[in-house]
Design a binder for this molecule. Structure first.
Ligand code: ADP
Length: 503
């Protein structure tokens, strides 16, 4: 049962709940309207009967039955005697008959609750209702406001109990008069009222159900669209979008962020595919070269030893390139996985001097100068920052003339950041390439860069490390033939960190 409910479409569940609540509300409203009208009609009838009958009863009781010469009520004989005032027992039949009409029958009870007279004489008159003992007790105790409805011999009857007194209000109570009136008219009005209320409830429920279904269906239809899109995406088509026409409610926001997420996923997957393709291509080139050289050596094992030596050293170069490429790929992979940095205080200028010293054998005739200014300590990962320096200096060395090359490293403090600028007087970078050189595997001159041992990943690694340190890379300053300047900045303290970039 619970499972069946859970599996129902959301719009059906919402409508059922809504219609259920509406039903409860309408039933409560209908019942209170019905019972309010009923009690209002009964109390109005009681009031009007009481105000009609009470004065007549009191007058008749006090003045007694008509004597000789007076006009007695029809059917009344002469009651009492001239010897004294009549008792209630004497006058009861007269009182009962005087208040009995075709719609109402009166009966008189003594203070002990004994029936003294019943006005019912004609068949069309209603029968006197059986006495409700509790209410009778209250009326006998003098409560002037006792009335109730009862149903007997197939007839709804309104019963009013009127305390009888021999004198003005406050005088001794001598009994109670019971008026039993037919409720035909009230019942008729109430039956009409009932019908109207039931009809109203059904009409409201019908309209409510239709309205509820319409609202929930139109509110949830984008979700159907989203489900269909998600299925197509799960089937492998990442170009699918929900593309909901402008809608600013929660569902509109949900579909918009869903589309954004798929967009990002599509970009990420495309970038990954591209990366894997590029990486495979880069790996295949040296492997093909090695395989070719091996074939040549195997074909002529006894060949020219000088040629064999050249081939072997060429293979060694290709293997070094392969090793560097694989190492770079692993470094990038770790950086992409956001492995945490081993933060410590690193003096960037000292580190730059160390790396410059270390690179001297590679630099050959080129001059490598280091300048420092201010407090150049940062909170960073020494190994990673060293990698940044190695990559930038290695590029500067590779792209400058061996004899005339001058590489300058400037490390200086500016505000809460430490800047590192690596300048060279080498080949420079064409303006159209400057926006791309931090991309993976991008090389301005593929053949030349590969020949000089470049994998095309050096600057991508620099970018990833700088971003991991919440640092920034300044736009490249470069003129073809004049040289280039790469500048990065790293915050000195963890507090000064910029938010990590999304890429
Ligand atoms: P690579 O390992 O091929 O050098 P990088 O990512 O380090 O790859 O650099 C990408 C490309 O940017 C290089 O192939 C080169 O064309 C260009 N480049 C990088 N540094 C310099 C530089 N100092 N002078 C001129 N060109 C440079």
């Amino acid at each position: 049962m619970l499972t069946a409910w859970r599996n129902l479409p959301l719009r059906v569940k919402l409508t059922v709940l809504y219609v259920g609540l509406l039903t409860v509300l309408l039933v409560i409203l209908g019942l209170s309207l019905y019972y309010d009208t009923r009690s209002f009609m009964i109390s109005t009838t009681v009031q009007s009967l009481r105000s009609q009958n009470q004065p007549v009863i009191e007058r008749l009781y006090r003045s007694g039955p008509p004597r000789q010469g007076q006009n007695p009520a029809p059917g009344l004989g002469e009651i009492g005697s001239a010897s004294g005032p009549p008792t209630l027992a004497d006058i009861a039949p007269f009182l009962a008959q005087s208040q009995t009409s075709p719609n109402m029958t009166a009966a008189v009870y003594s203070t002990s609750g004994k029936l003294l007279a019943d006005g019912h004489s004609q068949p069309e008159q209603p029968l006197s209702a059986p006495v409700d003992p509790v209410r009778m007790q209250r009326a006998l105790a003098g409560d002037p406001n006792q009335y109730y409805t009862t149903s007997f011999s197939g007839q709804d009857t309104l019963v009013i109990l009127i305390p009888l007194r021999s004198g003005p209000p406050g005088s001794v109570q001598t009994g109670v008069m019971e008026l039993s009136a037919r409720m035909d008219v009230i019942d008729e009005v109430l039956a009409r009222q009932r019908l109207l209320i039931i009809l109203g409830v059904f009409v409201m429920l019908g309209l409510g159900t239709l309205g509820g279904l319409w609202i929930t269906t139109s509110a949830l239809s984008p979700l159907q669209r989203m489900i269909a899109t998600t299925r197509r995406i799960a089937g492998g088509d990442l170009s699918q979008r929900v593309n909901l026409p402008r809608r600013r409610d929660e569902i509109g926001q949900l579909t918009a962020s869903f589309d954004e997420m798929v967009e990002r996923l599509e970009e990420t997957f495309a970038a990954q595919r591209q990366f894997i393709g590029d990486a495979s291509h880069e790996l295949r080139t040296p492997l093909t070269a090695i395989a070719g050289s091996l074939d040549v050596i195997l074909l002529a094992p006894e060949g020219d030893p000088e040629m064999t030596r050249r081939m072997l050293s060429g293979m060694r170069r290709e293997l070094q390139r392969l090793t560097r490429l694989v190492t770079d790929l692993l470094t990038l992979n770790r950086l992409d996985a956001h492995q945490s940095l081993h933060l410590q205080t690193v003096d960037l200028a000292t580190l730059a001097s160390e790396v410059a010293e270390q690179m001297k054998p590679v630099a050959g005739e080129r001059r490598v100068e280091v300048e420092r200014e201010g407090d150049t300590r940062v909170q960073g990962d020494a190994d990673r920052l060293k990698q940044v320096l190695l990559n930038l200096i290695d590029n500067a060395i590779r792209f400058t003339e061996p004899e005339k090359g001058v590489i300058r490293l400037r490390v200086y403090q500016s505000g809460k950041d430490v800047h590192l600028a690596v300048s060279d007087n080498g080949s420079g970078i064409p303006p159209e390439a400057q926006a791309h050189i931090f991309e993976r595997f991008y090389r301005v001159d593929k053949a030349r860069a590969r020949a000089s041992g470049g994998s095309g990943l050096g600057l991508a690694i620099v970018k990833a490390i700088v971003e991991a340190h919440h640092g920034a890379i300044a736009p490249i300053k470069s003129e073809p033939g004049q040289g280039s300047t790469f500048e990065i900045s790293i915050p000195q303290t963890a507090d000064g960190r910029r938010p990590t970039s999304d890429h």
